[in-house]
Design a protein around this ligand. Structure first.
Ligand code: ADP
Length: 569
């Protein structure tokens, strides 16, 4: 007697028997045990009829003759492959049973319990085979995915492939990759999606901070499965509402504790629900995606670093060219005057002295150029370090400003009781010396030079160097703090210089977290100013050129709270 609700798995069984009564008996027995049964009438279309009902198990009697049982078994096996189990009821001689058959049982007398055991075992085998097949196809899918990543060309191809392949593997109608945008602090949809229109992809944004605590937080809550997306209050309505999603699965794409983005699929084909097993597969796909997304990020970073290196190389060549040119001019002058002094024995002593003075001043110029060049190289390769100390501004300025440079009068405008600041006094001295020496150099007709210092708010001081000299044409003011920038003009050209001084001043002031500027009127004079934070140690200083090269965009750690007005929910 076959007991209902047998312990084994239940399935769909097709029965093929030449005797309708026996067929009916068998059907009843198996139905009572809980199986779904289809009795197929033998005839010329029997193979097609069996294939059409796509059973899990075919129970065939050996005695069917037209067509013979062996050809029925062969035809069904050919059409359905290993996805059907075949059990044959034989008469006296199991030898004649074809090899394609999975199991046999004696038909007369039929032992119902034995039949139950055999059916259960075959159905269990089939279930195990199907699980194995599913796993294999998942693994194959993962392998294909990772293989395709290495071929994927660029971001669009990668995100499109990820979205499509994930959706296909999970039998979903839509797929999309979202990536974390550190500036906007949002997870942003990446085109192209699969089954999502470009304008819809653009609208997919998921804020990582600021939303209500009841919303899903991928850092804290991990992956998400929702088969009633429209009614799910954990999800952002703008995400599910906009896209009219029915069911949804999202897995985070993570690197260590950091979330790089999300991989989402939605709307199961045929409206079937997503299962926990599906979510596991999506997590595996997201794991593969991590490698690809990381590769792409590293590739982009490498590309940027390469471009930067090329730019540095170009700048270096340009720099070497200009420096070589700037070195040659004073060297030629030194050599020319030295030759004259050596060869012209009859030179009057004043002329000889004049020539020697030129040699000395050109040598000084060369030394200055060498110093500036060295300093710029140090700054641009990140080797310049600042030695911040407490500086008493008033006494420091009196000592740092070179007063006896020329006939110009230099006036110090420093309020009494000026606060102390934290700065690098040696570097600041260099800035002041440069600005005052420029003020002198570019004021050929003399006049007073003022060095003024004031507090600005509670956090900054401002130092200005004011002259009444040549001034600067307005159209040339903007470029003065760049490397080798020199004003082109008849009067300016008469003054020798390297065009490096103001560039160095700017880098030093910026290294303190400060800023430089100039106000000037042609023919009337110029004011070069700088603001410095009271404490350069804690000031937010801009990056020096070498530091800019290694600047990285980073994603927030899953467990570290985000900066900004509100903590992460
Ligand atoms: P340089 O060695 O040529 O003086 P700087 O970088 O110090 O280099 O200055 C760049 C250019 O800015 C100078 O060549 C000059 O044309 C202009 N400049 C600098 N300071 C003044 C000033 N006080 N008055 C007028 N022009 C100035």
């Amino acid at each position: 007697m076959i007991t209902p609700a047998a312990a084994g798995p239940l399935g769909h069984i097709a029965i093929v028997h030449e005797d309708p009564e026996r067929s009916e008996d068998l059907s009843r027995l198996l139905r009572t045990a809980g199986h779904r049964v289809t009795a197929v009438v033998p005839g010329r279309r029997i193979v097609q009829s069996v294939v059409d009902c796509s059973p899990d198990l075919l129970l065939a009697s050996h005695s069917i003759v037209d067509p013979p049982m062996a050809s029925v078994v062969k035809g069904v096996r050919q059409a359905l492959g290993g996805d059907v189990r075949i059990l044959v009821l034989y008469g006296f001689d199991p030898q004649g049973v074809p090899a394609d058959v999975d199991d046999v049982q004696l038909a007369e007398p039929l032992q119902p319990t034995e039949l139950q055991i055999r059916v259960s075992r075959l159905l269990r085998e089939l279930a195990e085979r199907r699980v194995l097949q599913k796993k294999t196809s998942e693994l194959l899918g993962l392998y294909k995915m990772s293989w395709a990543f290495s071929l994927a060309g660029g971001a669009e191809a990668l995100y499109g492939h990820l979205a499509r392949h994930s959706a296909e593997m999970l039998k979903a109608e839509r797929g999309l990759v979202l990536l974390y945008d550190s500036e906007r602090r949002q997870l942003v949809g990446q085109p192209p999606g699969f089954g999502v229109r470009p304008e819809e992809v653009q609208r997919v944004r998921y804020r990582v901070d600021g939303e209500a605590a009841s919303r899903w937080n991928f850092r804290k809550n991990g992956p998400l499965l929702s088969n009633k997306a429209q009614a799910d209050t954990r999800l952002l309505p703008e995400l599910t509402g906009e896209l009219q999603l029915q069911s949804l699965m999202i897995a985070p794409i993570t690197r260590g504790p950091k979330i790089l983005g999300l991989l989402g699929v939605a709307d199961r084909t045929g409206r079937a629900p997503f299962t926990d097993e599906d979510l596991n597969l999506l997590l595996a796909l997201a794991g593969q995606a991590t490698i690809a997304v990381e590769n792409l990020r590293l590739h982009d970073e490498l590309k940027k670093a390469n471009a930067l290196l090329q730019e540095y190389d170009r700048l270096k060549s340009e720099f070497v060219g200009i420096v070589a040119h700037d070195f040659r001019r004073p060297l030629m002058a030194i050599r020319g005057f030295a030759e004259l002094v050596l060869e012209e024995q009859d030179l009057p002593p004043e002329t000889r002295q004049e020539f020697m003075r030129t040699v000395i001043s050109e040598t000084d110029h060369l030394a200055l150029l060498a110093n500036d060049t060295l300093l710029i190289t140090q700054i641009e390769t990140g080797q310049l370090s600042f030695n911040f100390r407490e500086v008493d501004v008033g006494p420091f300025l009196l000592e740092a400003v070179p007063l006896g440079l020329s006939d110009h009068s230099v006036l110090m405008d420093v309020p009494p009781y000026f606060p102390k600041i934290w700065a690098d006094p040696d570097r600041l001295r260099q800035v002041l010396a440069n600005l005052v020496s420029n003020a002198v150099k570019y004021s050929p007709s003399g006049g007073s030079i003022v060095v003024r210092v004031r507090e600005r708010g509670t956090m900054h001081i401002v130092i200005e160097v004011i002259d009444h000299g040549l001034g600067i044409p307005p159209e040339q003011v903007g470029k003065l703090f760049q490397k080798f920038a020199r004003v082109r003009g008849e009067e300016h050209n008469k003054v020798s210089g390297t065009g490096l001084g103001l560039y160095i001043c700017r880098l030093i002031v910026e290294g303190h977290g400060g800023q430089m500027w100039v106000e000037s009127e042609l023919g009337k004079g110029s004011t070069f100013g700088m603001s410095l934070p009271m404490d350069a140690r804690i000031a937010q200083r801009p990056l020096l050129p070498a530091e800019r090269a290694s600047e990285k965009s980073d994603f927030p750690a899953a467990d570290s709270p985000a900066p900004g007005p509100r903590p992460l929910p």
